[in-house]
Design a protein around this ligand. Structure first.
Ligand SMILES: [Zn+2]
Length: 445
């Protein structure tokens, strides 16, 4: 119960933003005083922060527009340049800034000198990121608020009708497009869909989270099964590493074979994109420039892998790229790896997909350890590496394979429980669905 009050308190800034008024209003002070009684068990910082609000902060908000990043939104909120940089640097390790969506809302609370005291980013209605300025050292510290979610499992089971595809069938019964795309993409590694016949059977289990029981927050495909007259029986299982940002989180067969169509290997074992491909205003220089690759934040010395088989055509150093390696691939594309601390290959060497070629560093023009991965196509044009499908490894081995086996047992157990629910037929389709609420819990990523 205390949690609920806490979230209500955090939502107070939203109420006031439309009128741009100071928080120092009598009714609000009373409300805060009342609520403070409920806050005894909560973290001291937040309580102190709301006490501090009597200093008369003013709150502003704005939304992300097409092609914009955090830096641009902060500029429109008339946040001064020094604060803009500090906010970006304080939050970029905790938030995937490359995933901002049009319409997402940012709030800043400014003090009477116009300096940012609080920054608030609502990633979705259930996930709030906050920065508070420490009154003593003036540095920002980060807090994340996860509201309780309802997690629901659904099993969709049916047959393919004449003239229809699996993808089309799933969308037709209300499976979100992104997830039906994942099901089709995973299964097409094993199934030539041209050989799918009317009456072939499929079964898919999704796990989705909802805020307040109805607002969709996230979802994943836990299991997909296809049983066809000519293509045979196939199953795909979702595997999860302990680290949610692990590049191994994907779908595999029961024997650990990765199910990602035409995949490239990832350059790192863990992915945290700090800057995406495309036009951006540089967080440090403030200059608008095309960023010709993806930056992955990564600890100094992390292993860097070749994304595909190829031949090393550059292994050297320059003052901008630092230590750099380029590998030319069979499809005439070239992958580029910059700012390395160590290079482990030389020009002319042949490398395999996934082979270690160097280590993450911060050499050349760089503000901290990260890998810049660039990709040129056969015509030499820079393309977004993320437009190519990437894969951690074609096969899980050792500890990861053992972990997959354990997870498959659990998935089968979950399927059994959800299968026990009574089925609902969906519209005039050949598909029925069974649903089960598996928990009400705080979101985790
Ligand atoms: Zn870069």
């Amino acid at each position: 119960m205390k949690r609920i009050f806490f979230f209500f308190l955090l939502s107070i800034p939203l109420v006031l933003t439309s009128c741009f008024e100071s928080l120092k209003s009598d009714s609000l002070s009373k409300e805060i005083t009342d609520l403070k009684k409920e806050l005894a068990s909560l973290q001291r910082e937040e309580v102190d922060y709301y006490k501090e609000r009597d200093r008369g902060l003013v709150i502003f908000n704005d939304t992300v527009k097409e092609g914009e990043g955090l830096y641009q939104v902060l500029a429109r909120l008339q946040v001064n340049e020094a604060d803009r940089r500090q906010v970006v640097l304080a939050i970029e390790d905790s938030v995937e800034l490359s995933n901002l969506r049009v319409g997402q809302v940012f709030h800043v609370a400014k003090n009477q000198k116009g300096l940012v005291e609080v920054f608030r980013y609502e990633e979705n209605p259930a996930t709030i990121h906050l920065l508070f300025r420490d009154p003593k050292n003036r540095e920002f510290y980060y807090r994340r608020v996860d509201k309780p979610l309802t997690i629901r499992q659904s099993i969709f089971e049916g047959t393919i009708e004449a003239g229809s595809t699996l993808h089309g069938t799933l969308i037709g019964v209300g499976v979100p497009v992104r997830m039906s795309g994942i099901v089709a993409g995973v299964l097409q590694c094993k199934i030539p869909f041209s050989r799918v016949r009317q009456g072939d059977r499929f079964r898919v289990m999704l796990e989705e989270s909802f805020y307040q029981d109805s607002i969709w927050i996230s979802g994943k495909v836990v299991y997909a099964e296809f049983d066809g007259k000519t293509v045979g029986h196939h199953e795909a299982f979702r595997y999860e590493d302990p680290d949610p940002k692990s590049t191994f989180n994907a779908h595999y067969t029961e024997s650990g074979e990765a199910l990602i169509f035409n995949g490239l290997r990832y350059p790192l074992d863990r992915l945290h994109i700090t800057s995406p491909f495309g036009w951006r205003i540089h967080p440090i220089t403030g200059v608008r420039k095309l960023h010709k690759g993806v930056d992955y934040g990564s600890p100094m010395g992390s292993l860097v892998h070749a994304v595909a088989e190829g031949k090393v055509i550059v292994s050297g150093y320059d003052e901008f790229s630092g230590n750099k390696i380029a590998i030319h691939h069979a499809d005439k594309s070239t992958s580029w790896y910059l700012h390395l601390s160590k290079r482990g290959v030389c020009v002319g060497m042949k490398v395999n997909a996934g082979q270690v070629i160097g280590r993450v560093g911060s050499t050349g023009s760089s503000t901290g350890p990260h890998l810049h991965l660039g990709f040129t196509n056969a015509q030499g044009k820079w393309i977004d590496p993320r437009s190519k499908t990437m894969i951690a490894t074609p096969k899980l081995e050792g500890g990861r394979l053992a972990r997959l086996k354990t997870q498959i047992k659990l998935i089968r157990e979950e399927i059994r429980k959800t299968e026990a629910m009574s089925p609902k037929k969906i519209g005039g389709s050949n598909v029925k669905v069974k649903m089960r609420i598996i928990s009400n819990k705080v979101a985790s990523k």
